[in-house]
Design a protein around this ligand. Structure first.
Ligand SMILES: Nc1ncnc2c1ncn2[C@@H]1O[C@H](COP(=O)(O)OP(=O)(O)OP(=O)(O)O)[C@@H](O)[C@H]1O
Length: 345
């Protein structure tokens, strides 16, 4: 059997602050294969970004400290690598896109120069990236990198790409800047792309184009994607799989059709019923009462129990382990097999 592209196993991350230690990731398990787009969803503060940052090893240190677990990229544990070794993987094997396209481009440099720098850095690790021998002269390598930069810009849908290499970031709209960042993330031909809220800052029509671009890039580059979002609509539209996070745990995961078509964890069900639909009339929108618990003193057992309408005393006895409820579909709830009956009541 082939190795999964990414395998996060029982990852525990602790954060220290003046108030105490927070267990912000509490045994995360996630497997991503090439060709898959995994959506990570959940309310603010559930640990989505820290999971993504952990894979790229960009978590804030200090105060972040791993107490257990592994992050395997094709079998190699990223947590065992030095920052210098990790630096070599970023851009080449792991690409990243973040929420705000404005702050992630340097306003003082032309778009072309920024893309060329990333391509040359990736080519140091793999000369094939720019298709130029490592023994070639500096000028020849820059020319090859610039040609690739133009091709990448065209590929992410920037019209008149070659001429636009000479422009500065302020000459691009928000959606265009996000396309440039996608080009930058893909130029080193990564195996894995981590996209943290890549469309949140964009208007709805541009959002759809960017999500389509990510979907097409998965096919073109045969990579795997972890897409972090608050939005279950984005997951339904873009992802093949989804992991629902609550307070540092994955509470439900599986293929999108199974999880969204038949959510079994009370938290997933609550998130879904909070989505406005065409039928939702004024005053009928059901929000999710309460908030994510303080992770310095989390509630005992299931962390969702204090907000769960189906909680019973046994829920607070121990952290529930994931139970399989279908093909690759699992949920961490001790009442999962009763859920159909509970919901019908
Ligand atoms: N630098 C930090 N120092 C201390 N605690 C932090 C730090 N960064 C994040 N946290 C805590 O870790 C937890 C998880 O944060 P994270 O940013 O991963 O959540 P998230 O699900 O991505 O939220 P959002 O959707 O708002 O980005 C939160 O409780 C947060 O307060």
């Amino acid at each position: 059997m082939t190795q999964p592209l990414l395998s996060i196993r029982d990852l525990h991350l602790r954060m220290s602050s003046f108030d105490g230690r927070a267990h912000v990731l509490n045994g995360i398990n996630l497997t991503v294969n090439r060709g898959e787009i995994w959506g990570l969803v959940g309310e603010s503060g559930c640990g989505k970004s820290l999971t993504g940052l952990s894979v790229s090893r960009l978590q804030p240190t200090p105060p972040a400290h791993y107490t257990a677990g592994e992050i395997l990229l094709e079998g190699h544990d990223l947590l065992k690598l030095s920052q210098a070794e990790m630096q070599r993987l970023r851009g080449k094997r792991i690409g990243m896109i973040f929420q705000d396209p404005t702050t992630n481009l340097n306003p003082a440099f032309r778009i072309g120069d920024q893309l060329v720098d990333v391509a040359l850095a990736a080519a140091e690790r793999d000369p094939d990236v720019i298709g130029c021998s490592p023994n070639a002269g500096r000028r020849e390598r820059r020319q090859a990198a610039r040609k690739l930069a133009g091709e990448m810009l065209a590929r992410v849908g920037i019209p008149n790409a070659l001429a636009r290499l000479n422009d500065y970031p302020h000459q691009f709209s928000g959606g265009m800047r996000q396309r440039v960042l996608i080009a930058m993330a893909l130029i080193g031909r990564p195996d894995l792309l981590i996209a943290d809220e890549p469309t949140t800052a964009l208007d709805v029509s541009v959002q759809a184009q960017i999500l389509e671009l990510i979907k097409n890039s998965v096919k073109d580059f045969d990579m795997g994607v972890v897409l972090i979002t608050h939005n279950l609509g984005v997951v339904a539209q873009t992802c093949s799989h989804v992991a629902v996070m609550y307070a540092g745990n994955i509470v439900e995961s599986g293929p999108v059709a199974a999880v969204i078509g038949n959510p079994v964890h009370p938290y997933t069900r609550a998130l879904m019923s909070a989505i406005p639909t065409r039928e939702t009339r004024r005053g009928e929108l059901r929000g999710l009462a309460g908030s994510v618990p303080n992770l310095i003193t989390p509630p005992p057992g299931c962390r969702f129990a204090p907000r769960c309408q189906f909680a019973q005393p046994a829920c607070t006895a121990a952290m529930p382990t994931p139970v399989s409820v279908g093909d690759s579909h699992a949920a961490a709830c001790i009442r999962v097999n009763e859920m159909e009956a509970l919901v019908d009541d």
